[in-house]
Design a binder for this molecule. Sequence first.
Ligand code: MN
Length: 260
Amino acid sequence: MRRVRFRDAAGNVRGGRWTTVDGEEVVTAAAGPYGRIAFGDETFDPEEVDILAPCEPTKIVCVGRNYADHAAEHDAEVPDRPLLFLKPPNTVASHGSTVTLPAGKERVEYEAELGVVIGEQCRHVDAAEAEDVVAGYTCLNDLSNRDDQEREQNWVRGKAFDNAAPIGPVIATSEHLDDDAAIETRVNGETKQSSSIDKMVFSVPELVEEITTYMTLEPGDIIATGTPEGVGSLDQGDTVEIEIDGVGTLRHSVTFPDRR
Ligand code: MN
């Protein structure tokens, strides 16, 4: 199941299911490349409704340098335990949005990441039981303001600015995600990152155990599991797509308020 939140034409916030076009009945109803959104006995073209962030996290717990090839491109070592930092709720942005980035910055970069969405309040979860607390998976762009990230310890300006975490478009349950699912970034249609999630240094169960050793996770909280190699700068008006095989494709554009 792929859960989606959206605003319908009447302005109501709905929770629906994003159905693919591989079933015959759905093919008949499908109008666009993204299938249909089903809510009750109604269906909607995803292009014709406002897709909302699929959950409302109280925090996004991010993991740095969790792919060895990305650590290497920053001349950094893979840490001996997960490197953690936070993105607060102001960072959330939705599929289909144009996100405004901080003014006056030269280098703001995309980072494609698998987002693990938590399904229940939890603390002290053993890795062996981690899947019990996972609602599903989403695509996340860990937008990073390198100008400031490289000048500060705790990456507040670098990682926690408004709109720094586009997420979505769905929460896909675990049966949709293979252990070696492909993860890809395209900017204006050009492939920039292409890897697979089995290259993570610390696995999803290990991350759940480590993070819940220190903090309570709430339903809708997200663990951002790190990015593979190939990160790079964004320019005015760029469109970013982050696709995780089996989950879906997150698409958003960016605007820099001080650029033309
Ligand atoms: Mn990241």
